[in-house]
Design a protein around this ligand. Structure first.
Ligand code: UGY
Ligand code: MN
Length: 247
């Protein structure tokens, strides 16, 4: 669908944002070469994490150093070689990974057009707590569970939901007509990428038509609700900060 001249569906509000693909502008990011890198969400918008989309050319690579930042990633298309510390695997579309703070990681030999979404945050250690391990997995092998009892709204929890992890990365898939069961308002922040289908997202007091490729930022306490619409299931990948003390 072509966008009328001088218009966009993108909306940047104080406590939420809808970022439509027509407005993307590339950034040069140290460690990433041979790729189009779009910083979609970060501290500049008011978030406490970053959401970055990297689309590789053949011969591209991403090699990020060990520091206090942890990264969760998802391969929407393509594939390549993923290395986290001394763990190395060939991965394909649907692969996900977690690179803990303190581990260098890289994506090398990507197929041309490989698109990876990265969620990054500074790890919040807990005194006496353990540190999360590196993870490489395949979303196709993670069964979607009915969300609050609804078999038409299924949640795949990609990373272990244990106290060592201070972030979650999930995939939510809705049959047409399925909804979030109520308007959620919670302390956790979200970054979201629509992977497939379409629907309407409520963010605070605005309702937005959304479709595959759209990105959403929800600040803490942003009231949120979704209904899937159209003739095929809608699904989205999302980030959430979890498992840490209130103060
Ligand atoms: O995990 C969540 O908070 C999820 N139910 N939120 C959302 O899909 N907007
Ligand atoms: Mn939520």
């Amino acid at each position: 669908m072509s966008i009328p001249y001088g218009q966009t569906r993108t909306r940047i509000a104080a406590r939420h944002a809808l970022i439509a693909p027509d407005g993307h502008v590339k950034s040069i990011v140290p460690g990433v070469t041979g790729a189009a890198t779009i910083i979609l969400i970060n501290e500049a918008i008011g978030a406490k994490f970053a959401q970055v989309m990297v689309t590789f050319e053949s011969g591209g690579r991403a090699a990020l150093p060990a520091n206090d930042v942890e990264t969760a990633g998802y391969f929407a298309t393509g594939g390549g070689t993923l290395t986290i510390g001394d763990v190395k695997e060939k991965v394909a579309a649907g692969a996900f990974f977690f690179a803990p703070a303190g581990e260098a990681w890289s994506i090398t030999a990507p197929k041309a057009g490989t698109r990876v979404t990265l969620f990054q945050k500074k790890f919040a250690p807990v005194a006496g707590g353990s540190t999360p391990p590196p993870i490489i997995g395949d979303a196709a092998k993670i069964e979607g569970q009915p969300f609050l009892g609804d078999p038409d709204a299924r949640l795949q929890v990609l990373l272990p939901d244990v106290p060592a992890f201070d972030l979650a990365m999930n995939i939510f898939t809705y049959q047409p007509g399925a909804t979030l069961p109520f308007v959620e308002t919670h302390v956790m922040e979200h970054g979201l990428l629509m992977l497939a289908g379409q629907g309407v997202y409520r963010l605070e007091d605005s309702w937005y038509p959304v479709a595959a490729g759209d990105v959403i930022w929800m600040a803490p306490f942003c009231p949120q609700w979704f209904v899937a619409m159209g003739k095929s299931p809608a699904s989205y990948l999302y980030y959430k900060d979890v498992n840490r003390a209130a103060l």
